[in-house]
Design a binder for this molecule. Sequence first.
Ligand code: PMP
Ligand code: GLN
Length: 382
Amino acid sequence: LLGPDGTIAATIFAEMSALATRTGAINLGQGFPDEDGPAEVLDAAREAISTGINQYPPGRGMPVLREAIAAHQLRFRGITVDPEREVLVTAGATEALAATILALVQAGDEVVTFEPFYDSYGAIIGLANGIHRTVPLRAPDFQPDLDDLRAAITDRTRLVIVNTPHNPTGSVFGIEVLQLIIELAHRHDAIIVTDEVYEHLVFEAKHVPIATLPGGRERTITISSGGKTFSTTGWKIGWLTAPPELVTAVLAVKQFLTYVNGAPFQPAIAVGLGLPDSFFTSAADTLRAKRDLLSSGLMDAGFTVSLPQAGYFVVADAAPLGHPDAVAFCRSLPALAGVVGVPITAFVHEDRRHEYASLVRFAYCKRTSVLEDAVARLAQLS
Ligand code: PMP
Ligand code: GLN
């Protein structure tokens, strides 16, 4: 985490957002929406502040939010969770992941993730002194190979961290992959952690929560967040659902990380989780149109594009445009075309970087006019 001179290495998202600010380029790097989410949710936060919900909430989260999370799990997943014992509210999915890994991983334990992986996984596995093993996801469909999975998950594995829908590739794992993960977790007594922050932003594919499959629930910690679904990434309201003893273990760590978080935002996210089905489907439909706009613009500009099935991001190969090194390409892209993207190598270990060297992640969770402007700028590359 520290650079050779003892300074903290900025996350790739902070570096690329700073580059966008410095150059005035369109920021398709860091994944955050540039429009507000549903008015009901924003109004509920204002209401909470003005009615005095401004002090420490309970350690597991406010009852109104834990009940809304349980109702959401029942409505969208058909599973009953106990809001008293099986739900924990966290400071974003980020803290849910950190507290889970720190609670469950002892020095030397192996943690399996897919690769490319969301950057915080590698950092927290490192803080826990765990050993990070990965299963590669390869273009064009970015689905794991079943034999690679069998080889990676062993008796040394403590956690398997699944991320579906996947950041950065936009893939949605197939049911046979999820079933095999459950089978291997049982065989090797591993715990499954699933990061499903993009659960509602799914296009053609069907998102199957691993906890809904036979044998999954009893050894799975399911993590999500209000940031993506309600376009409130700055509120940092996340949560996890899991069997009671796993929630208790994670809470033991969470209480010393943030203790509690976001009192007035908790009832507001509860309002969001209770919105009608039409809100969730229209959020996905709106985002699908943005995906199509940016993806076709990238193809027209000469990139090879793997069409994402979900989430905020599209992966584009810059090699056909004569840019084999995506890190160098992303650093020069503001000057070349006035756009910022993130090299996929930021989500990959050193020894595998060559396999992903020319791939760039672009975010399409932006206003249509901004995407149209970005597409026009990218057209200059061809
Ligand atoms: N996991 C994944 C896969 C993400 O893309 C993100 C960030 N968007 C997070 C976790 C962090 O979520 P949060 O902002 O709720 O902490
Ligand atoms: N999850 C967002 C992304 O992948 C960024 C979150 C962050 O900056 N840590 O772009």
